[in-house]
Design a protein around this ligand. Structure first.
Ligand SMILES: O=C(O)CCC(=O)C(=O)O
Length: 282
């Protein structure tokens, strides 16, 4: 894959809905990130394993990847689309064992059909409102089951499980499976239809997802403990999603200063000054 410049990346995500960025994690630093994702995945693995580790709220469990989330091209794309007050809405780690098969086409939150607090189809806005970045920590290609996308589908107006007469489980003629090296990152408009490929190799496929949102998109509804999230749990008979966790001061302090502003909306347990203190300060 050739070098993708920031200008290229912005143009491509805006018009084509995706691009791939080379070496967001420098090749000599990928192993430490990959090993962390594998370690955490193995530690939470149930006895009866389906061949995939899905790690929610990855940033709360390891901060090893935090220096790279402010890569100038990643942040540059997010800021070009959303303005300067960008946030990271979710972080996930994924591993897929040899033989793990392809899942369903989907768009991501807030366009996912499987979650609450979503934007309702038809998606009429031209403006992207959420960006998903998928990080290859091992080789991504047709053999290893790299992410498969349907270029242009970010303008389709609905997710494939919606009313568009597409089968979520059938291949689509125009699909693509971009080849990426460890440390490369696939950037997609979250409306874009995508899924993991089948891992035909004999190696574990390892990746992360880091999702970027503008300041005006309501991410409070996905943070457990906050009123809007708890209200949706009540509506769902207690079913809790774990994509995001409130962030402790300790984890927050462990982040590089540049990355802190992307996560500060998740910081919990802050001291609230009393009314007297506020008056004293005035
Ligand atoms: O693992 C993949 O290639 C796709 C991951 C994905 O669909 C997601 O994180 O939204």
């Amino acid at each position: 894959m050739g070098v993708t410049t920031l200008d290229d990346a912005i143009r491509r995500v805006r018009f084509e809905g995706w691009c791939a960025l080379d070496a967001v994690i420098p090749p000599d630093q990928v192993a430490s990130v990959r090993d962390e994702v594998v370690r955490i995945g193995e530690a939470q693995r149930p006895e009866k394993w389906d061949g995939r580790d899905h790690i929610d709220a990855l940033i709360n469990k390891t901060q090893v990847f935090a220096p790279y989330v402010t890569d100038h091209r990643l942040l540059g794309v997010a800021e070009a689309l959303f303005g300067p007050h960008v946030r990271i809405s979710m972080t996930h780690g994924h591993t897929q064992a040899p033989g793990y098969t392809r899942n369903n086409w989907h768009g991501d939150w807030p366009f996912s059909l499987a979650q609450d607090s979503i934007i309702k189809a038809p998606y009429t806005q031209r403006q992207p409102v959420h960006v998903t970045t998928l990080w290859a920590l091992t080789d991504f290609n047709a053999e290893t089951g790299g992410t498969v996308i349907v270029p242009g589908s970010h303008t389709a107006g609905n997710s494939p499980g919606g009313d568009l007469d597409y089968d979520q489980y059938q291949p689509i003629a125009s699909e693509r499976q971009p080849e990426m090296r460890p440390g490369d990152v696939l950037v997609i408009d979250s409306r874009m239809w995508h899924t993991n490929g089948t891992n035909h190799s004999d190696e574990l496929r390892v990746s992360m997802a880091v999702r970027y949102a503008p300041w005006w998109l309501n991410v409070l509804s996905i943070v457990p403990g906050l009123a809007e999230y708890e209200e949706t749990v009540r509506r769902r008979d207690g079913l809790r999603a774990h994509d995001v966790m409130g962030m402790s001061q300790e984890v927050f302090d462990a982040l590089p200063a540049q990355a802190q502003r992307l996560f500060q909306h998740m910081l919990v347990g802050q001291r609230v000054p009393s009314a007297e203190e506020v008056l004293d300060d005035a």
